[in-house]
Write a protein that binds this ligand. Structure first.
Ligand SMILES: NC(=O)c1ccc[n+]([C@@H]2O[C@H](COP(=O)([O-])OP(=O)(O)OC[C@H]3O[C@@H](n4cnc5c(N)ncnc54)[C@H](OP(=O)(O)O)[C@@H]3O)[C@@H](O)[C@H]2O)c1
Length: 334
């Protein structure tokens, strides 16, 4: 018999969850059914969207089921298979995260693409966050080399790739980040960095200084005062790709929207939300062909913040809201 240790939540929290919300449970896994695989996870991904799944309401994805294993991106090695195309030893990415051993329908797992990078890159820069950065810029914002681009949470998993891709395309890029160390990293990559821990008015001043010619594309990851400041500096017919609004995910009561939302009308802006899976469908190959070699040859730099051990998964999740992650936040298992 193989055991699986997994996290559950027993209620849907309001505001920032307490650490005690997350319970580590153990179960015996049943025998494999035809078509199933058993996977020993080596890496788990924690991502901001998971907070939405803890709210008990369906957004673009179902909420986590109470007292059932939580889910999330993970990378592991098949230890047993009853699937025709998958064999013991294959390394795969899948959604059976927040646990050490996953048992899934083999059709729900993906073998790793053949790109020479450390495997955990397929949870970050060459995984879902990477595809989000690339599709948001290329497909949603339709980025041009002449654009001035603003990216919030620019040193995170999504933002750090978006910022580098835009810079390599020839764009002028401004990125916001919450710590001096993160801003220095951005500046070292040719990106003008601003601090988002300021009032909307102060952010506006910093943006006007950084982009006196205005902003054509805003890659939105955080919402709140950053969005209000961005609306102020957008050029006519600018595009806003709304990827995320992390500043709002732990709010127990919704805050008012940007006071200057009329800028969308006055400046004839296109503001479009997007979910990576819908946009990247049919474009995965283009993503791997364009971004894969840049990551493999080091032209794109990516960073990881790693917590060790399954028990630390909730702590890794909290780091996303404290801003203590640099680049992709991961959990490493044995
Ligand atoms: N639409 C999609 O399909 C899709 C897919 C993936 C991700 N996303 C979204 O993309 C965004 C980035 O995700 P990620 O995985 O790359 O996370 P991440 O940027 O690696 O980590 C989150 C970062 O957000 C910043 N942050 C946290 N709370 C904040 C606040 N109240 N105000 C401003 N900044 C705050 C922190 O950086 P600082 O130190 O700079 O504060 C933190 O490090 C999130 O909004 C996420 O929901 C969307």
């Amino acid at each position: 018999m193989t055991q699986s240790r997994y996290f559950t939540i027993g209620e849907y929290p309001e505001g920032l969850p307490e650490r005690s919300l997350f319970q580590l449970e153990t179960c015996e896994l049943p025998e494999l059914e035809e078509g199933e695989v058993r996977i020993r996870n080596h890496w788990l991904s924690v991502d901001p969207y998971m907070r939405g799944r803890m709210s008990g309401v369906k957004t673009y994805v179902e909420p986590f089921e109470l007292n059932k294993p939580m889910e999330g991106g993970a990378l592991g090695e098949i230890i047993e298979s009853r699937h025709q195309q998958l064999k013991k030893g294959d390394r795969v990415v899948h959604m059976g995260g927040w646990r050490d051993v996953a048992q899934l329908d083999g059709d729900q797992v993906q073998p790793l693409p053949d790109i020479d990078v450390p495997p955990q890159a397929f949870l970050g820069v060459l995984g879902m966050p990477g595809m989000t950065a690339w599709s948001g810029l290329e497909l949603v914002a339709e980025l041009k080399s002449s654009d001035t681009v603003l990216i919030s949470a620019a040193s995170g998993a999504v933002g750090s790739l978006a910022a580098q891709l835009a810079h390599q395309k020839g764009c002028k890029v401004i990125g916001s980040a919450g710590s001096q160390e993160k801003r220095e990293w951005l500046e070292a990559h040719g990106i003008t960095a601003i601090d988002h821990h300021q009032s909307a008015d102060e952010i506006k001043k910093a943006l006007k200084k950084a982009a006196p010619q205005g902003v054509d594309v805003y890659y939105e990851n955080v919402g709140g005062p950053m969005l209000e400041a961005a609306l102020d500096v957008m050029n006519d017919f600018g595009r806003i790709a709304v990827c995320g609004m992390i500043s709002r995910y732990n709010e127990s009561t919704p805050s008012a929207g940007p006071a200057n939302i009329a800028a969308v009308l006055i400046k004839r802006l296109r503001m479009q939300g997007f979910i990576v899976h819908e946009w990247v469908q049919g474009h995965e190959q283009a993503f791997y062909e364009q971004v894969g070699p840049l990551v493999a040859n080091g032209s794109i730099e990516y960073r990881e913040t790693v917590e060790e051990g399954l028990e630390r998964t909730p702590d890794a999740f909290f780091a996303l809201f404290e801003g203590s992650n640099q680049g992709k936040m991961l959990v490493k298992l044995d």
